[in-house]
Design a protein around this ligand. Structure first.
Ligand SMILES: *[C@@H]1O[C@H](CO)[C@@H](O)[C@H](O)[C@H]1NC(C)=O
Length: 436
């Protein structure tokens, strides 16, 4: 019998958003037979990634990835989206890769295939029983991508589909700089007009060699505020890593930038509060002696800001913050003392009487790079610091399955938090997050 011709591989949806679940169903195989389901993706930078898992077909000759147990591979157990979050560079790849979508106007293309037997290698030399190409998008149909250069900004605005007006969001990534668009694109796909802002390596800094100051963020905020399709009083701020340093300082001290709510992922309030952005960077660099190294010689930076200072000039006075604040913490963050910082911020807010505005989501065994759902986990990756220009192997931390779960949970709760505060009533803090 020609086994191959009758195998049916069904993936739904074949075109979806990055944070959407899919169903992978294999039918018409020999009852009880051993199968390997594999995902393969070639990045824009040419590097290849794969994930695979071993399944046994049931007595009807079916494997349902959403419900059945993986017996081994790059993930095990029932993991409906393991084929995406456990993607890793194929054997022989250069070390330190991290998957990041550069062009959000094209989808991430993933090929899902089924192989006979429980395979772990040599997929390239084998003929799969069946294969399906899947498209994963950051931009939903109708989302518009608008480069912004006014006011000297290096930014991209993503507007949701439809006439609006929409709530807005200012999106800041961390110490690696560059204009990183994918998270803002995905947020726009969920109805929030989002501005991805390059603040460490923008055109003006690259040309004049001078770092931006607080005004730059206020300009970005005004661009959102004054946009005819954006609700000027309903703008959130989102930061990851160094982006949280900026988010917290602006939320606490800016006379102009008054976010409706703020989300800080994997960050800290520790910084010289009277200093410029450049002085914050210098402060971090001055603590470089506290750098540690893992057994694999990966750089551990979490102690640079530890112990959390008691000196009030060295941390943002979060007691001043008047908008709901969501902190997302990976408890195995090896890059920033996110957990210790969150605990200190909580204490400060309790003392100041604004802790009703605070929600902390803390995830055991999750690392620093808490990305949108199903993004493959990079425990360590090569990183070029904007401040020093030196390339290192940075240890971010996290254990793959727990980290993936944290990404999925944190993203869902962040969307609830943003929607509750951006669409909700006028009373800040009213959208208390007991419903998370
Ligand atoms: C085999 O799995 C499919 C899909 O989950 C299910 O519909 C079917 O009922 C299962 N067959 C048996 C005998 O359990």
């Amino acid at each position: 019998m020609d086994v191959k011709s009758c195998v049916n591989l069904w993936v739904q949806p074949t075109r979806g958003l990055m944070d959407e679940k899919f169903v992978v169903l294999v039918q018409n195989v020999l009852p009880g037979s051993q199968l390997t389901v594999r995902a393969f993706h070639r990045c824009e930078d040419g590097h290849s990634w794969e994930a695979f898992a071993h399944y046994n077909a049931n007595t009807s000759g079916t494997v349902n990835v959403a419900e059945d147990l993986s017996l081994g591979g790059t993930y095990s157990g029932v993991e409906p989206m393991g084929l995406l979050w456990s993607l890793r560079p194929v054997p022989g790849s250069k070390p330190g890769l991290r998957m990041r979508k550069m062009n959000v106007q094209t989808p991430m293309e993933v090929t899902i295939s089924v192989y006979q037997g429980h395979q772990t290698e040599g997929f390239m030399d084998q003929e799969p029983l069946a294969g399906v190409m899947v498209e994963r998008w950051y931009m939903a149909p109708g989302v518009r991508r608008i480069p912004i250069t006014e006011g000297g900004l290096s930014a991209t605005l993503f507007l949701p589909s439809g006439p609006g007006p929409f709530p807005g969001l200012l999106d800041l990534w961390g110490g690696g700089g560059k204009l990183v668009e994918y998270r803002a694109a995905l947020l726009a796909s969920h109805g929030i007009a989002s501005l991805a802002l390059d603040y460490l390596t923008p055109k003006i800094t690259m040309e004049k060699g001078k770092m931006v100051d607080n005004q730059y963020f206020e300009t970005a905020y005004r661009v959102l505020q004054q946009h005819p399709q954006i609700l000027g009083s309903r703008i959130a701020m989102l930061g990851l890593s160094f982006g949280t340093s900026v988010t917290l300082r602006m939320a606490a001290y800016s006379q102009v930038l008054k976010p409706r709510c703020a989300v800080c992922i994997s960050g800290s309030h520790v910084q010289p509060v009277d200093g410029s952005l450049e002085q914050v960077m210098v402060f971090f660099a001055e603590n470089a002696v506290k750098t540690r190294f893992s057994e694999q010689d990966e750089v551990i930076w979490r102690d640079l800001l530890q112990p959390i200072p008691t000196d009030p000039t060295l941390k943002v006075d979060v007691g001043r913050i008047q908008c709901p604040l969501l902190l997302v913490v990976g408890e195995d963050d090896q890059n920033w003392p996110a957990l210790e910082s969150a605990m200190d911020m909580k204490e400060m807010m309790e003392r100041a009487g604004n802790s009703h505005l605070l929600t902390v989501l803390s995830y055991p065994n999750a690392g620093h790079l808490i990305e949108p759902p199903y993004a493959p986990h990079a425990r360590a990756s090569s990183f070029r610091s904007v401040s020093t220009g030196i390339k290192v192997m940075a240890l971010w931390g996290g254990e793959t399955a727990a980290h993936a779960r944290a990404q999925e949970d944190a993203w869902r709760k962040m969307l609830v938090f943003l929607k509750a505060n951006l669409y909700g009533g006028t009373n800040p803090g009213a959208a208390s997050l007991s419903n998370l």
